[in-house]
Design a protein around this ligand. Structure first.
Ligand SMILES: [Zn+2]
Length: 170
């Protein structure tokens, strides 16, 4: 797939086909393309139930988070503008809204991170811990990411040590 179409290095579609980014594929060595493929294969080999659960959870948690944020803003504005409510009541309502938005937001991140963990665990199973570590490090060194990608990586992906620890727990 061309770079403009997929953006990310690799993607697994809901139809279980794996897309690799042509530009990234050209830039990476064969062993890193294999690493990427094994990661995506980890997503693709998930059971239909796990896949459905992932989609339902991400969509509902994301909508809930957005909903709570909007509601919090609305309540805050009403609290300030409407003389019926005291500022303290408004502040309490806003705080509750922030707590709920944070909880659903965190849940959303957790669901995605868990899915990425499964994909990475597939790499560990196929290559072994040492080889996984080596290629993961090499992959991270090779990928030259912008600040948004770096942030996405931190939020949505487990660290290498977390993956290794999880593989040893299994
Ligand atoms: Zn992934």
């Amino acid at each position: 797939m061309p770079d403009e179409v997929i953006g990310a290095p690799g993607k697994t579609t809901i139809f279980n086909t794996i897309w690799l980014n042509e530009r990234v594929k050209c830039d990476l060595s064969t062993e890193l393309v294999e690493y990427l493929f094994l990661h995506e294969h980890g997503h693709a080999s998930r059971s239909p139930t796990a896949r459905l659960k992932f989609i339902v959870l991400t969509v509902s948690l994301a909508s809930l988070t957005v909903g709570f944020i909007c509601l919090t803003i609305a309540v805050g504005v009403i609290g300030v503008l409407d003389p019926i409510y005291s500022l303290v009541q408004g502040a309490i309502a806003v705080l509750i809204g922030i707590v709920f938005a944070t909880l659903t937001g965190k849940g959303y991140l957790r669901v995605i991170r868990n899915e990425e963990l499964h994909a990475e665990l597939n790499v560990v199973h196929e290559l072994g811990t040492e080889e996984f570590r080596r290629r993961h490090e090499l992959f991270e060194e090779t990928r030259d990411r912008g600040p948004i990608e770096v942030l996405q990586r931190r939020l949505f992906y487990p660290t290498m040590d977390m993956v290794v620890a999880a593989s040893q727990d299994q």
